[in-house]
Design a protein around this ligand. Structure first.
Ligand SMILES: *[C@@H]1O[C@H](CO)[C@@H](O)[C@H](O)[C@H]1NC(C)=O
Ligand SMILES: *[C@@H]1O[C@H](CO)[C@@H](O)[C@H](O)[C@H]1NC(C)=O
Ligand SMILES: *[C@@H]1O[C@H](CO)[C@@H](O)[C@H](O)[C@H]1NC(C)=O
Ligand SMILES: *[C@@H]1O[C@H](CO)[C@@H](O)[C@H](O)[C@H]1NC(C)=O
Ligand SMILES: *[C@@H]1O[C@H](CO)[C@@H](O)[C@H](O)[C@H]1NC(C)=O
Ligand SMILES: *[C@@H]1O[C@H](CO)[C@@H](O)[C@H](O)[C@H]1NC(C)=O
Ligand SMILES: *[C@@H]1O[C@H](CO)[C@@H](O)[C@H](O)[C@H]1NC(C)=O
Ligand SMILES: [Zn+2]
Length: 733
């Protein structure tokens, strides 16, 4: 990316970033000497100051069973369960009934009437090659071919990109590599292409598909085709693919949403889709105006192999057996490409399933475990591998509860609806209940796919969750016997060995990625500033090739990805123990100095990326980490609760109520998604990196003002976070 960047002007920023983050160190170990044992109030049970029962950890590890998880997954993947369809509601209802039988109480279905998007089975989406006599020479497949005898695809939704416009654009094809900002910039600026009215074709990978579509629309493409190149999705060759391996066959197609902002129902931006609410009229909706359609590489070959124009540069080549060309158009004179797309937006009802295990002492403090339920097709990885773990964790907590165990705080289990369309269920929920959640949620623990590979754990988290993640994974046995033989006994040991990163105090820790977007944790972060973590076991690099295709089946999971379900078991244990530690520990296992450290890293990255062009002198990175050793009185439950609240609620301070520049719905100044890659949060300050990107393309005085202003906001919010850690009776400094 960086090599394409040309910053055109020296940016003068008269801003002082003063980071004053007070450390709260060691309060867990420090206790006030006390003259009396027991609580500070006469007549109040000592239960109120008891710490969590760590023996529960071993119970969780013992009870959580690979076989049980496998049974859930078999059931969950027996039919396609696309959001808003009867099969999805059937699954929601079954989950509700099962949770009730486990002892969760109450369990509710929480509906939202929202705008989703569906292909038309009667008039399937096709990409056609049209000759000079206006005849159809070739048509792409309407739906994937079943490749296993046990599969019946009659209920499978044909390939589509949700929120695509319908239409039949026809024109010259242009290849735009991965469709990233730098790809578009290169082909238009260096190569002088005018993309207006062209049919653009991009390969899947590197960035969120909706970001490709956003750029394609901005650059004037009449339509966008997205295909999976074997270079990215059949890395062991086109002969070594599903059903004989985990790689994508030529007929496989990656479905997926092209939500414009990944922030819920497009008819109700910022507010919940509840009865009687205002809906944006059709002609004002922020949805794509161009058709977008995914295809497999067997079909892509028919078009790419016939293209005219110059050969593509090295980094743009895939591994199809053709000469990749930029276009425009095809080598046969007057032949063209037509998209026949009937995908339409449609109102539907989606349901979240919500089940509680009430906290005994602080029922108004919540630890939420969430996973989405909807899948593009069978969803054996995304999301049902996570749902199978959620069912297992709910079953085991239900069992402990029936045996008399009570967590200190409330544990809430949520099965989200319509995540795939743009985090719809979770976003509407956060929009409806955000004020309560801001007050009460201690942490949101997300698991989408639980197992995509066997290399090591992977996590996206805010820094407040680092400590509990590390402590938890150290307790969970390594699912791989060979790893244990090699001396790596825990999930943590392999994680830190395979994804090491130098962190605080120069020590090596497992790498944890910044949140941004990508699953249901996002609204909790970018909208209300709740500490989140998301986790899964995954491959060394990238995702899994059959992602969102009709071949993402039980066969894939039980034959290739996790035949013994040991990795599922480990992830369910991690999830369960995180929930136990956060719901039942008297003092929360949170270290605020992890946040201070990360912020200093992000500031450095910002400097590395753009630093020469900030007038260094005037950006003062004045780290004044006061060592405030908070002496906590464990006999005083109100004191403990206050300190717990201060730690958790520090996250809320990074929310700017006005939102990021030009994007009012994204409000977290550190962990919101980037504008042109929703899966990333740039260099830690997305509002700055997005604007700098624009400035590199075209500098305007207005944009420079936006950067200056936003830097000042960030600086202020960091000070605000620091103030939240001050003595509560003396915080105005
Ligand atoms: C800073 O701006 C100059 C042009 O004034 C440009 O050549 C240089 O690449 C920029 N440096 C960075 C780190 O962005
Ligand atoms: C899945 O489990 C539910 C609830 O236990 C049951 O009613 C249903 O029949 C099962 N479906 C399949 C296909 O096994
Ligand atoms: C596939 O399923 C559909 C509907 O569920 C059913 O009508 C059809 O007979 C099935 N086809 C086969 C070959 O089993
Ligand atoms: C690109 O092509 C469109 C339509 O052919 C035309 O209207 C537009 O002016 C062109 N843009 C440039 C920069 O040449
Ligand atoms: C690639 O295509 C060429 C020309 O169509 C053909 O001769 C060659 O055998 C193909 N190579 C492979 C590996 O399929
Ligand atoms: C291509 O189409 C143009 C415009 O319709 C026409 O003038 C031209 O003769 C065609 N060329 C060929 C080779 O058919
Ligand atoms: C830097 O800030 C100081 C004090 O605010 C100001 O006097 C000076 O002009 C600034 N320098 C630049 C290059 O903007
Ligand atoms: Zn998912």
């Amino acid at each position: 990316m960086a090599n394409q960047r040309v910053v055109v002007v020296v940016v003068t920023i008269v801003v002082t970033i003063v980071i004053v983050v007070s450390f709260i160190i060691g309060f867990v170990s420090v206790q006030n000497p006390t003259t009396k044992s027991g609580t500070f109030l006469d007549g109040v049970s000592d239960k109120i100051i008891k710490d969590g029962d760590e023996g529960i950890t071993q119970r969780l590890i013992k009870e959580i069973s690979a076989n049980s998880i496998k049974g859930y997954l078999k059931n969950l993947t027996s039919k396609p369960h696309l959001a808003g369809t009867p099969a999805d509601l059937t699954q929601a209802t079954q989950i509700k009934e099962e949770w009730e039988s486990y002892g969760l109480s109450p369990v509710v279905l929480n509906p939202y009437r929202v705008m989703l998007s569906y292909p038309d089975r009667e008039s399937p989406n096709l990409i056609q090659l049209i000759n000079d006599k206006d005849e159809i020479v070739f048509s792409s497949q309407a739906i994937e071919k079943p490749l296993r005898p046990e599969h019946n695809y009659s209920d499978v939704a044909p390939p589509f990109n949700a929120y695509s416009a319908s239409g039949t654009p026809q024109g010259d094809l242009v290849y735009i590599n991965y469709g990233r900002q730098e790809d578009f910039a290169w082909i238009t600026q260096t190569k002088g292409f005018n993309l207006t009215g062209k049919i653009c074709i991009a390969r899947y990978g590197k960035i969120y598909r909706g970001s490709k579509a956003l750029l394609a629309e901005n650059y004037g493409c009449a339509g966008l085709i997205i295909y999976s190149d074997p270079a990215d999705y059949a890395k062991n060759g086109e002969d070594n693919v599903y059903p004989n391996s985990e790689w994508l066959p030529g007929t496989g197609v990656q479905r997926g949403s092209c939500s414009k902002c990944n922030c819920g129902d497009p008819t109700t931006p910022g507010y919940p889709s509840i009865d009687g609410c205002y809906r944006v009229p059709d002609d004002k909706l922020d949805v794509f105006k161009i058709p977008i359609q995914p295809i497999g590489y067997d079909d892509a070959l028919e078009f790419l192999g016939k293209m005219a124009g110059e050969e593509v540069p090295e980094g743009w080549k895939g591994t199809l057996n053709i000469t990749y060309r930029l276009g425009p158009g095809l080598s046969q004179v007057n032949w063209s490409t037509r998209m026949r797309i009937s995908t339409r937006n449609k109102m539907a009802t989606t349901y979240n399933v919500i089940g509680y295990i009430s906290g005994e002492i602080e029922p108004d403090r919540y630890v939420i475990l969430g996973n989405h339920r909807d899948a593009w097709v069978f969803g054996s990885v995304d999301p049902s591998s996570g749902k199978a773990c959620l069912m297992e964790v709910a079953r085991v907590f239900g069992k402990l509860y029936k045996e008399g165990w009570r967590p200190r705080r409330t544990i809430i289990f949520i099965s989200w609806g319509a995540e795939e369309y743009g985090l719809v269920g979770s976003r509407e929920f956060v929009e409806q209940f955000g004020k309560n959640l801001q007050d009460r949620v201690v942490a949101y623990l997300n698991m989408d796919s639980s197992v995509q590979g066997q290399y090591a754990m992977f996590s996206r988290s805010v820094p407040l969750m680092y400590k509990v993640l590390y402590e938890t994974t150290k307790k969970i046995p390594n699912p791989n016997p060979d790893e244990i033989k090699a001396g790596r006994k825990s999930v943590y040991d392999t994680w830190v060995e395979r994804r090491p990163r130098v962190g605080r105090n120069g020590k090596t820790f497992p790498h944890i990625t910044r949140p941004a977007s990508g699953s249901d944790f996002a609204p909790f972060t970018y909208s209300i500033g709740v500490p989140i973590t998301g986790m899964r076991y995954m491959k060394q690099t990238g995702g899994y090739a059959l992602y969102h295709s009709a071949y993402e089946t039980m066969h894939l999971m039980e034959t290739f990805l996790d035949p013994e379900f040991k990795y599922h078991e480990a992830m369910a244990c991690v999830w369960g123990e995180l929930a136990r530690a956060l719901s039942d520990s008297y003092v929360l296992p949170i270290e605020v100095s992890d946040y201070a450290h990360e912020i200093s890293v992000y500031v450095q990255q910002l400097e590395d990326a753009f630093g020469a062009n900030f007038t260094r002198k005037n950006i003062t990175l004045d780290y004044n980490f006061d060592e405030t050793v908070t002496k906590i009185n464990k006999n005083n439950p109100l004191h403990v609760r206050r300190v717990n609240d201060q730690m958790v609620k520090m996250e809320r301070h990074f929310i700017d109520p006005m939102g990021l520049p030009n994007r009012p719905l994204y409000r977290h100044v550190i962990f919101s998604p980037n504008e042109f890659n929703a899966y990333s949060s740039g260099s830690g300050f997305p509002g700055i990196s997005d604007e700098m990107f624009q400035i590199e393309l075209e500098e305007t005085p207005e944009r420079l003002e936006v950067v200056k202003r936003h830097l000042s906001v960030i600086s202020f919010l960091i000070s605000s976070a620091a103030s939240s850690l001050e003595d509560v009776s003396d915080f105005v400094k």
